[in-house]
Design a protein around this ligand. Sequence first.
Ligand code: HDD
Length: 750
Amino acid sequence: MSDEKGKRKGAAVKNIASSVTPHLHDTAPKGVSLKPRKAISPPGEEPMAAGSMKNAKATNAKLAQLDSVRDQPEHQALRTNQGVRIADNQNSLTAGVRGSTLLEDFILREKITHFDHERIPERVVHARGAAAHGYFQVYQPLDSLTKAGFLLDPEIRTPVFVRFSTVQGSRGSADTVRDIRGWATKFYTQEGNFDLVGNNTPVFFIQDAIKFPDFVHAVKPEPHNEIPQGQSAHDSFWDYVSLQPETLHNVMWAMSDRGIPRSYRMMEGFGIHTFKMINAQGKSHFVRFHWKPVCGAASLIWDEAQLLTGRDPDFHRRELWESIEAGDFPEYELGLQIIAEEDEHKFDFDILDATKLIPESLVPVQLVGKMILDRNPDNYFSETEQVAFCPGNIVPGLDFSDDPLLQGRLFSYIDTQISRLGGANFHEIPINKPVCPFHNNQRDGMHRMTISGTANYEPNSINNNWPRETPVAEENGGFSTSPQPLAGEKVRHRSDSFADYYSQPRLFWLSQTETERDHIVGGFSFELGKVVRPWIRERVVDQLTYIDHTLAARVAANLGLSLTKQQLQHALPGAINGLQTDAALSLYAQKQYPVKSRQVAILGADGICGDSLAKIKKLLTAQGVHSKIFAPHLGNIKTLQGKDIAVDGTIEGNPSVLVDAVIVVTGKESVATLMKNGNAKNYLLQAFKHLKPIALQGDGVRLYQSLPLPKPDEGVIVHDDTKPLIQQFIAALQKHRIWSREPLAEEIPG
Ligand code: HDD
């Protein structure tokens, strides 16, 4: 064993795996410019001006392939689908100017017929989504782990297309509802497409795919009135939860702040299932995939999330779109938890159970590469709607485990695309095509694009037996399944190793900060408060007593229920492999956030101090913070110094829920105007209630003092001088939210 390996083994005190070879902890690049760096890219390195779609740098093999099908209508005649030039696109063909329309009008018929068929079925789950193009690069070759080409060479930029989604709501539902977020990544590798179709939680609601239709029916809007939209706060969902305790772990995550992420760039992502990686020598390891957002994971406040569903239902997709357009590209690191095959049974849970996570304190996440999203789609339907993810899309060097949920998914996704995208040839839709060649003897079907040759069977002598099989080989070999001995009787029986439903929800609960626990209690209380049938509420609370008595008692109290003595004596589960808590499960236990990409509102009106404003904007831009000036009206405001400054929007149209923090710039007349403006006053009230940093320069403090707000706290920065004001403001912004304020903030009317 090398020294390096020995050192690492010694350091990983809690790591129960006897061997987590090949040890990838420190594979981040060391100053090699071609490779993505481990830390967040510094502000200013990427363009901060709009126009990424035209940014020549944002190209790759997939984008080049898509170029060939992009419509370029500039300087082109309007024509029918048959290529006939259209002379009049405003008037149907009629018999006389007031006469009946003629059936022969092929231009009218073609146009209306096509329009009549514009819609396709939305996804049965994850209907609401937004997507972006980008690329992935591995930090160092992972050859000890896998032979998958895209993980072997740090110089290779593998194109990706990522679609984020909510689960429950339909295509037009709001972004900021309490829900799990989908996170599907298509890697267009040189050896075929690899789809990592995960969520923003490391666990799922059920253990076996046969339950999926029941679970989805329960969470979707109720069948009689299709209420509620984009929410799980209704009877059928909680009825199912109360009867299926395996759902509880993911429910805990959904009721926590993880259910209301700040943005898609501030979420963790998880492949959830255990997969396998196979190296060139045929050695296999179990792996779990993670995405770690480089600018840290953070969430909204529940009141803010609810307000946003009305103020900006597109909040998440807009943020994704605008930051890419501004050249402030979302970045994520790919992490792996690696488990040697011989360690499969060393855990107090089954690694094949998708309702269980592998605590990071037991198996550390090793960061192996970075994904950067640098280009928006050109057309929502063609790309974001028609992209078809299938967990069964893998490449040589990767393999599935026997997780029964994963096994069911391998079938379901291809099946759903056939009805959603209208036939078996959905792989030919440009966004779904691999960037490497693909040839086989599959033929025909609806909407076939490829013009195939004569031989459509194999072996054949007509075309010299092309296309031919590729033997398994270390490099560029055909796909081979990793050998695994299997024996057993055919049974319908859940493994006993899947039977514990309460230990991991308890681990999650115990790992949260007090603030996060308050939010979880709030989440359960809100949702169960919407449940009409009392026995469902009671059964859920009873289930919670098996996780934690305090949690159950607090939710019960909010619902006007009292727990019996017997319920309070329910035995609680013990530690997991000796672990009572795991810091990685808390969003807010650790953190200092990078401020790059944060959104700040600057409020002002005529009479604002222009010099201060210019300095403030400069200091913020240097940190990668996006600031916008909002005033009572659009157009220009006049500064103290007599200059005109263009405003970015009205205060009314850009309420405080859209930003992370707010600054009121000095200027007597400007502040006096704001003090007479209800929207400006509400700005500070809501920013305070939602625990956001507030900076008040000079006269700006008068706006704050005119409101029924407590004395300035650690998040309310008051200063005359710009530099210290912004320094302290940035320090507050690094906290994401001012948690110490929460008890006071609750007294501010919502
Ligand atoms: Fe699923 C879509 C994630 C279990 C069946 N799923 C879908 C999407 C995501 C996930 C992110 C949207 C992909 C996109 O953006 O197009 N699903 C998951 C995760 C699961 C999971 C992380 C558990 C670990 N799913 C799951 C099971 C089944 C399905 C067990 C069925 C047996 N999922 C589907 C589906 C969808 C889908 C019905 C709807 C649209 C689509 O596939 O393309 O087939």
